[in-house]
Design a binder for this molecule. Structure first.
Ligand SMILES: [Zn+2]
Length: 284
C-alpha cells in the first residue's frame, strides 16, 4: 500500500501542471527543436540557442541570455558527443534535474562515438522521436492522444525517407565522394557511399589546418575523377575548402552543400529530402 502511495506521488510529481504555463523546451541546436516541436505540436513551446545561419555550432561562447533561457526551461535538449560542449558546461553548472536534460548522444552512444552530426542519422532521430514522445506522455498524460497522433505523423515521414534511401542505395552503393567536413557522413553511410577524405574533413571540423598530403590527395581525386561529388558544409567557411571548391569545379566534379541547420521554417524531414535530391541529381 505504502509503495503504491509513493509510486502515485512520484507520478503526480512528474505530471506537468499545464495550467501554470506550457511546457518550455530549450534545445541547444535548432535542428533538435525542429523535431521536438513537431512531436510536441500543440502541447509544448520550444526555443533554440543556435538558429542563426553561418555560425559554427561546434565552437561558440554562451551568452548571458542563452543561460537565462536554459535556466527557465522545463526540458533542455542537447546533442552531446562533443558537439555542444560550450553549452554543456553551463547546463551542468545550472544544477538542473538530470531527468530534465536530454542528450541525444546518450540515446545512441555507438553512433555518437563515430560522428557528432546525429541529426543526419535516421536511426538516431527515430530513437529520439520515441523517447521524446514517451517523456511527454509521462509529464502531459492529458495530451496523450495528441502526442500519439504527432508521433505517428512524424514516423510516417521518417519511414518514407527510409524508403527513398533504400531506393537510392541500390544505385549509389560504393560510389566515392568527398566532404569538406563530416556533416552528412551518417546519411552517406546509409546510402552506401564511401567518403574518401575522412582525415581532411576531420581537420576542418576541428578547425585545424589539413595536412598538405591530404589536400594533395583530394586534389588528385578530383583530377582523376576518383570522387563523384564534393559535399561542402555551407555553415562554416575555410580558405582551404574554398580553394578546393574551385579545383573540384575545374575538374568537372559537382559541388553540393550540406549544413548544420535546416533552413528556417523548413521541417527536418523536408530538409533531409532536399539533401537526398541534391545527391540524387549530382550522382546520376
Ligand atoms: Zn559540424
Amino acid at each position: 500500500m505504502r509503495s503504491v502511495a509513493i509510486a502515485l506521488m512520484i507520478l503526480l510529481l512528474n505530471v506537468h501542471n499545464a495550467t501554470a504555463h506550457p511546457l518550455r523546451v530549450v534545445c541547444v541546436e535548432a535542428v533538435w527543436c525542429n523535431i521536438a516541436s513537431q512531436l510536441g505540436a500543440g502541447v509544448i513551446v520550444t526555443q533554440d540557442l543556435t538558429s542563426r545561419q553561418a555560425i559554427d555550432p561546434h565552437f561558440q561562447q554562451i551568452s548571458a541570455s542563452q543561460i537565462k533561457r536554459l535556466s527557465e526551461a522545463d526540458y533542455v535538449i542537447v546533442n552531446g558527443a562533443g558537439y555542444d560542449d560550450w553549452a554543456a558546461r553551463s547546463i551542468h553548472a545550472l544544477g538542473k534535474k538530470p531527468s530534465s536534460i536530454i542528450a541525444i548522444s546518450a540515446l545512441a552512444p555507438e553512433v555518437a562515438r563515430r560522428n557528432p552530426h546525429l541529426y543526419n542519422s535516421l536511426d538516431v532521430v527515430a530513437r529520439f522521436a520515441r523517447q521524446w514522445t514517451s517523456t511527454l506522455m509521462q509529464v502531459l498524460p492529458q495530451n496523450r492522444d495528441r502526442l500519439i497522433a504527432n508521433q505517428n505523423l512524424f514516423l510516417k515521414d521518417l519511414s518514407a525517407l527510409r524508403d527513398r534511401i533504400a531506393i537510392l542505395r541500390k544505385r549509389l552503393q560504393g560510389s566515392r565522394v568527398a566532404e569538406s567536413e563530416p556533416v552528412s557522413a551518417l546519411l552517406l553511410e546509409d546510402l552506401g557511399l564511401k567518403t574518401m577524405d575522412r582525415r581532411f574533413a576531420l581537420a576542418i571540423m576541428h578547425h585545424t589546418e589539413p595536412s598538405p598530403q591530404d589536400v594533395a590527395r583530394l586534389e588528385a581525386d578530383f583530377q582523376n575523377h576518383d570522387v563523384r561529388v564534393f559535399i561542402v558544409n555551407a555553415t562554416v567557411s575555410a580558405p582551404s575548402v574554398d580553394a578546393l571548391k574551385v579545383k573540384a569545379r575545374h575538374a568537372g566534379i559537382p559541388v553540393i552543400y550540406s549544413a548544420e541547420y535546416p533552413p528556417e521554417k523548413k521541417r527536418w524531414q523536408d530538409w533531409m529530402n532536399d539533401q537526398l535530391s541534391a545527391l540524387d541529381q549530382a550522382l546520376p
